[in-house]
Write a protein of this length. Sequence first.
Lengths: 547, 313
Amino acid sequence: MQEVLTGMTEPVLSVRNLTVRLPGGADRENAIEGISFDIGPREIVCIVGESGSGKSVTAQAVMGLLPKRDLVVTAGETLLQGEDTTKAGIHRLRALRGTRMGMIFQEPMTALNPVQRVGQQIAEVLEIHTKLSGTEQRQRVLDIMKAVHLPDPELMIDAYPHQLSGGQRQRIMIAAALILDPALLIADEPTTALDVTTQAQILRLIKEMQSRRNTGVMFITHDFGVVSEIADRVVVMQRGRVVEQGTRDEVLRRPREAYTKMLVAAVPSLVPPKRAPVEGKLALEAKKLSKIYGRRTFLNRKARIVKAAQDVNFHICKGETLGIVGESGSGKTTVARCIARLIEPSEGEILIEGANVAHLPERDLRPYRRDIQIVFQDPYRSLNPRRTVGQSIIEGPVNFGMTREKAVGKARELMQLVGLSPDALDRYPHQFSGGQRQRICIARALAMGPTLLIADEAVSALDVSVQAQVLELLDNIRKQFDLAVLFITHDLRVAAQICDRIAVMKNGVVVEHGTTADVFRSPQHEYTKALFDAAPGRDFGVQQSVA
Amino acid sequence: MAGYILRRVLSTLPVLAIVAVLVFLMLRLTPSDPAAIIAGDYANPQQIELIRERLGLNEPILKQFIIWIGGVLQGDFGESFFYKKQVAELIGERLEPTLSLSLLTILLVVMIAVPLGVIAAHNHGTWIDRLVMGFSVLGFSIPVFVVGYILIYVFAVTLDWLPVQGYQRIRDGVGGWLLRLILPSMTLSVVFIAFIARMTRTSVLEVLNEDYIRTARAKGQTEMKVLVRHALANAAVPILTIIGLTVAILIGGVVVTESVYTLPGLGLLTVDAVLARDYPTIQAVILLFSFAYVLINLLVDVAYTFLDPRIRY
């Protein structure tokens, strides 16, 4: 059916042999090289690839948004309904943007102008491209806001972006992109920054809008779950080239190329593997842990109180991985920070070997600092860019009295352990890739000889293939050092693969707690069920693990 | 909001109190004697002593302070040692030239510096950018008085387009008022234009990398509107902060500029008062300046809420 459709109609977008040159000194000559694909009307084509594969460059080339001085189209064409946008002048391009091609971006938090009302930002498209009066514009904006299912458009039209949730902001972006019914919608990772339940809603919305308005969609993503949910056809990119393209089922179920196979295989399955129950010594216990922000004070009596975490109880044994799963704002990071005593909990106990460290003053806390170490989400920001990785790794042990020579020796061992060359200790963080940096962060944490390792979304910023490797590393060091691991994540697939037990958090409260197998097999709480339902590409995960 | 402003206004009081104490003490701890200066070079000690007695300078410092601060609280800043006039009256006379000069300068600075900064940011890395930044370095490397004399030499002495110095009150004609203020304002503004252009460039450059700039371009918006409506609107808060701070530094520049152009304003009054050890006048002028500074900071903070809806007090 799909083939018939695309075979018969003129494509909305036809990319032909497109090549974009990178500036000198890059790791390769061209950002994208000789890529070709078509997008038909009413068709969703997913461009899939890891970071650096050139998928965003492709989108920017079509929109004519490439940074002028750095990236230059050197060959090929991008035909938007037959018109080559790479050859269009700036005035023509501006006329096409918003009218025939619209674009939405990854970060709805930052893609909207924070000092302008959202209604104005949608109306801006009308103001640029139409001669509608102010009242007509407002009416059109209200209509499209209704169409993207924003609640109470009359009220929301005058809101500022910060007053809306992430999902609502992305709806605003979609409204602005679609208000003039463009033939092509380019969506660059539009749901990556959203929670799963929100992501499911936005995906549904894009599908609905697209089929109602006959829009062709170029959907850029790195997430195979999303691909299996939304794609009609898939284009797989690697290092600037198209590796494989075909219908969704062809690519996901019967991938031909080794790279595609590797990518598909690297996607963690939603079915947890069998795990033997861990019977280690108790490493850490949290009792009735609470963190409340915004106490009313004498001067500020109306302060808003946020219960970031409430009455959280759990324990972790040595050699065990406990997952805390939840969406943004669920309090999972707050709990991690309390446990690591980066912040002081408002109430409750944190017991390390029987000692309650929850309310110890900094001086008494110090000996316990080495017991708990954290690996953070963003490996690009969690290493000091002005210090060599060696300096970063030995800093902790030296602070605790280890001699420099001994610390360096240990750092060399650890580098080897995490799969990096010990000679790389003298290099700076920017000389490593994201996955390598995360390995360095793990080495840095291990250098302290912790009993508990907290991984706060530690693999969320990584590409799937790298993610799989880092997960494996984490699991290996857990075994090797008999570590207790507290694994904070929003990603159910990752949680299924690495955790022995799982605690599901919502609004600061643990709503469900059990072994990973039990929670995934028969979730009890409504919220857990909703989370699983929203996970993109559920069939894909199950199907894949059976295969 | 109203509560916030009230609280802020109240919090200026301790600041002013501290300034009052410091100014008062510092003047009395510096080794000089107003009485000797008033009496002149040929006075004998008895005459000086007489003057000291008359001015109340023989009282204990604490008593002097209480007398002064008691007056201030009732709006009485005392009588100038030197001009033999009420200080309040004296300041009233001198306010207009200084206010005119300051406002005109700020206007000039904002009108020139902000567009320059935006243009430089937009043309980041090109010769235009380098030209603006070159001017900027030059601008804040040259001292105010040098700029002043160069401008006088070129525009007043050589070209004879503008008067060399002096001041005309607004009520005697806006044309003449403006004509006499052009050179002083230009002089005073150079360093601030240089500074604010540079800060504007930095702020706008940072904002230009934001995602919403890309969104605006993806809508088909023209570059001009992208720059003004999206970039500048978001860069406004840091720029305003700098402008607010500038006004404080401006006061120092006013003193020098008024001396160069002999504008009969507060700056010139300050210089004369300091030279004459005219305690009441110095104290009042400095109190006034610090009050103005605190007030401007408050205005800037309030203005933030109009520029950025995320800021609420």
